[in-house]
Write a protein that binds this ligand. Sequence first.
Ligand SMILES: [Zn+2]
Length: 214
Amino acid sequence: MALYSYPRWQSHQNIIPIDLPQATHLARCPNAPFVIPTDGWIGVVYGDSILGTFNHSGLDIFSPTGNKVTPVYAVYDGYVTRLSYWVSAVIIRHPRDPLNPNRQIWTYYAHMASLDGQSYIIDQIPQGTFELPVKQGTLLGYQGDYNGESWREITTHLHFSIVQDDDTGHFMNEMDRANTIDPSPYFGMRLNTACADRPPTCRPDITCELGIRN
Ligand SMILES: [Zn+2]
């Protein structure tokens, strides 16, 4: 995966904010910093054992309504980037992790395109977008079933993950779960395969006693 460099101390003065579509009412558990990014069934959780590899780096949320219908929203304020060759994905930089303000984190959103590569990301976030400011609840695109070059067919869903920064302003390779962060405390739900509620539900005690942790 290609990386890009963006020192966090660099000025944003050349970036002109534009009005992006914004949702007003989004689900969020009490005291959780992130809103749920899209509607649907959270069918595959963090490190999910049902995939057999324990390497699932985030959440898969499945819309019941098919492609290009179910909106996908930013979970938190940040700066969105879409690399020049990204068909279905965007990534948002969050300079201050709301649960650990000393670090920068990223949130990644994928499969927002049709099987044959027609993008469902909104027009205001074209390929090559770099550090466009977004708010929590900004519309990013719509769920799809694009899966790149993979042989594996998927059904319409959002793949969402929280990606670690390498401490030099790069996001790490989110395909490896070791480079990602358990989303449970950010959503206020048990979303780690070691102790996930199925279906997930808001609860104050989200930490697993055993199993996969960051
Ligand atoms: Zn996934």
